[in-house]
Write a protein that binds this ligand. Structure first.
Ligand code: PLP
Length: 468
């Protein structure tokens, strides 16, 4: 892991930093929107025609996050490249916001899916296949927890892990970090404010006020965590070892060890959500940094793009939950899903872990993310932009603040939707995609140095135009 700061920025404030004129950003966004519309007539038409029946004009309302007023429509995708229905080609650093961290449609997963679905048949039979035990053993080797269960999404992995944590501890609340994201988990939409915890702005149709279910504090503030765990009612702390959904926020030295010590001291289970931090290595941050959570959750990438998720617990916790006669985890007790652990999903997970996102795959991906980070840092430094970039293994993200943020609140304050739109559109118009959510870029095994350099060149040109 590395955080790169502009050389002239020891304090986070720099009197010599370049100043970006918001009027210039507006002008450039308008120009890039026009160029985007001109080069995507087929995508635009498809979007307009879909508006009558698709909520928000898209298959999933998140897809409205793409800049330019309409998303480009996918035609083909292989490895780190994709094309749209207008025939434009892209180097893809979004990679399905991590769902395609293995690359698009890698061959071993294609073969496993064809074998399971076509040749053998039986994508969903509610019966186990031997792939599941192989995947569970592999997840144990990588992340530590000995007993695993499968889901169809990381959201569900988190939801069910939280239910088990409440059952195991007999405690009602959970704890999260301000501006975390763990999927659409009801309890997690809460932020810390100077006036105390609040439901996160935009929290849609919340079943209950999340301040009743959840305690929240800022990342990297051990005193605040100690205070909230001191209430003695927190079943589990659900965390990413580094925040990745509000920019990347890295833990300060010693912070995660203190978190482990505190959670143990207060009888609170520690759940590492490795869905994004898996970028840190074959066993995510958990293995890379020698962490010892009680549970691990993961989803998105481990099925090579086929829906999947998993949660793992220690042998001791597994034995306790299985022996707990008041916990119905067999039928209608609130943990489970008909298609979870289906044969197709576990076949895809096995192929991905055995042949694509292998131990050896992460080194080159991390080297490329280092190249990406160094390229962006050089541009930031040369132009004296008040921005920073942070790398987490195969992932990197730039943020509009001169010093890498220390907490979710600090990082959220650095958000600039207009600059996001400008950069995303500028890059897309020059054949480079990054996630539509903030400025995250991910490398897959098929990403090349050429792809990275294409991004660096486009980013440099975009930044220079901002100041021009
Ligand atoms: C850390 C983390 N956990 C869980 C999720 C939820 O994943 P999914 O939407 O696939 O359920 C996300 C999604 O972005 C995530 O970033």
């Amino acid at each position: 892991m590395s955080a790169t700061r502009p050389a002239s920025d020891p304090t986070g404030r720099d009197a010599a930093a370049a100043v970006i004129d918001p009027a210039r950003v507006t002008e450039l966004v308008a120009r890039e929107r026009a160029a985007y519309a001109a080069s995507h007539p087929a995508s635009r038409l498809a979007f307009e025609q879909a508006a009558g029946h698709l909520l928000g004009g898209v298959p999933m309302t998140w897809m409205r996050m793409w800049p330019g007023g309409f998303p480009l429509y996918l035609a083909t995708a292989r490895g780190a490249r994709l094309t749209d229905i207008d025939g434009n080609a892209f180097a893809d650093f979004c990679l399905g916001d991590t769902g395609a961290m293995a690359g698009h449609s890698p061959e071993p997963v294609q073969d496993a899916v064809a074998l399971r679905y076509g040749e053998l048949g039986g994508a969903t039979a509610m019966l186990p296949t031997s792939d599941a035990a192989w995947v569970a053993a592999e997840l144990t080797r990588r992340f530590g927890p000995t007993h695993w269960s499968f889901t169809l999404s990381a959201t569900d992995a988190n939801r069910w892990a939280l239910r088990l944590a409440r059952q195991l501890t007999g405690r009602p609340r959970i704890a999260v970090y301000s501006y975390c994201y763990h999927g659409s988990v009801d309890e997690s939409f809460v932020v810390a404010t100077p006036g105390g915890p609040r439901s996160r702005p935009g929290n849609t149709g919340a079943p209950v006020d999340p301040t009743l279910t959840t305690r929240v504090c800022e990342f990297n503030d051990i005193g605040a965590l100690e205070q909230l765990l001191g209430h003695g009612d927190v079943a589990a702390l659900l965390m990413e070892p580094a925040l990745t959904n509000v920019g990347i926020v890295l833990p300060e030295p010693g912070y995660l060890a203190a978190v482990r010590e505190l959670t143990r001291a207060h009888g609170t289970l520690l759940i590492n959500d490795e869905t994004h931090t898996f970028s840190a290595g074959p066993g995510g941050c958990t293995r890379a940094w020698g962490l010892q959570p009680d549970m691990v959750t993961i989803g998105k990438s481990i099925g090579g793009g086929i829906p999947c998720g998993a949660y793992g617990l220690s042998a001791g916790l597994a034995a306790r939950i299985l022996a707990d006669e008041s916990a119905d985890i067999i039928d209608t007790g609130g943990v489970g899903g008909t298609l979870a652990g289906n044969a197709l999903s576990v076949a895809a997970m096995r192929a991905t872990l055995e042949h694509v996102l292998t131990d050896d795959a992460f080194g080159p991906m991390t080297v490329l993310a280092g190249r990406f980070t160094a390229g962006v840092a050089e541009v930031i430094g040369e132009l004296a932009l008040p921005w920073s970039i942070v790398q987490l293994g195969a992932r990197a993200e730039y943020r509009f603040c001169p010093r890498p943020p220390r907490s979710g609140g600090e990082s959220d304050a650095a958000a600039d939707p207009a600059l996001d739109e400008y950069l995303h559109l500028y890059l897309a118009n020059r054949g480079v995609l990054i996630t539509p959510f903030h400025n995250m870029a991910l490398m897959c095994p098929a990403t090349t140095a050429e792809d990275v350099d294409a991004h660096t060149a486009a980013f440099a040109a975009a930044a220079a135009e901002l100041l021009g």
